[in-house]
Design a protein. Structure first.
Length: 301
């Protein structure tokens, strides 16, 4: 199905078996920046099996096993991960703050060097019905939020989450205000914005806006919708790196529609920095649980 959807002209793209994956995939995603973020629990969080590698590694298919990646990882399924997946070191620097901007009060949380001096900053945007606490939950989503916190804390970075009450222009402006404030505190930091589900609307809005896009060094879309308006916004000329993660059993946003969107970007701008990870049999929340933060961020940073 993936070959049929993504084939370019009449050329059939090669299928890579698991034995070749570590060489081909890591060489593409890590490159010279492999140590931008030092390893943290890589053995636990690495992709166990990549079944297909397309577009020279820009599109990969990762096997998701509910038995292994959910029941074998969570002490209480979807609620509490086993203790060996987490470290509570980020709690030492965790705190909350409020920013007054755009006539509104923006509530957020941070860990690591969120008060200044960060080398890199990751800001997580929740989806509909979520809040700033979701991305700070250490034990949900298989401990993957705890991993990104640890990666930032242990590498001199900052990780923040923010309450979003509007996913349109107002919400986007609030996120932009938080980014600008963080850039004042950490002028040299590169900024990556990660968006879960409907929060992806804000990620796309940041890329489409010429002023906002200059503030960021990448967006991470986790089970998020596409945005065809980027083609008329001039976004492709700004080359902000994009990562898209999607599950094949996502009932909210169809993976084929998302993959076609990736393909369209590649057709319009073959060298655009975009990567797509398809989690085979994964559902809507699977990209949040399974995306290898270190792999993606090292590529962007």
């Amino acid at each position: 199905m993936v070959h049929r959807l993504l084939k370019v002209t009449s050329v059939r793209l090669a299928r890579l078996r698991a034995v070749l994956v570590p060489i081909s995939v890591l060489a593409v995603l890590g490159s010279a920046q492999a140590e931008a973020l030092k390893p943290y629990k890589d053995r636990l969080f690495r992709y166990k099996k990549v079944t297909e590698t397309l577009y020279n590694g820009d599109f990969i298919v990762v096997e998701y096993s509910k038995q292994r990646d959910l029941h074998g990882r969570d002490q209480i399924p979807e609620r509490q991960v086993y203790g060996n997946y987490v470290s509570y070191k980020p709690k030492r620097s965790r705190g909350g703050g409020e920013l007054n901007a755009n006539g509104r009060t923006i509530s957020y949380m941070g860990t690591g060097k969120w008060k200044g001096g960060a080398k890199a900053i990751v800001i997580y945007i929740h989806g509909q019905g979520g809040n700033r606490f979701q991305g700070m939950n250490d034990v949900s989503f298989g401990g993957n939020f705890n991993r990104i916190q640890n990666l930032m804390v242990r590498n001199g970075g900052a990780y923040l989450t923010v309450d979003i009450k509007n996913f349109g222009k107002r919400g986007t402006a609030d996120v932009a205000a938080l980014i600008k404030y963080q850039k004042q505190l950490s002028p040299q930091a590169k900024v990556v914005v990660a968006c879960g589900s409907m929060g992806g609307i804000i990620c796309w809005n940041l890329v489409k806006n010429g002023g906002y896009s200059r503030l960021i060094n990448g967006i991470v879309l986790l089970g998020s919708p596409k945005d065809p308006n980027i083609f008329s916004s001039g976004a492709l000329s700004r080359s902000v790196p994009i990562y898209m993660g999607q599950g094949t059993l996502d009932r909210v946003y169809n993976w084929e529609t998302q993959a076609q969107f990736f393909k369209k970007i590649k057709q319009r701008a073959p060298n655009y920095p975009i990567k797509f990870t398809l989690f085979d049999t994964g559902t809507h929340g699977t990209p949040i649980r399974m995306t290898d933060w270190r792999l993606v961020l090292n590529w962007m940073l």
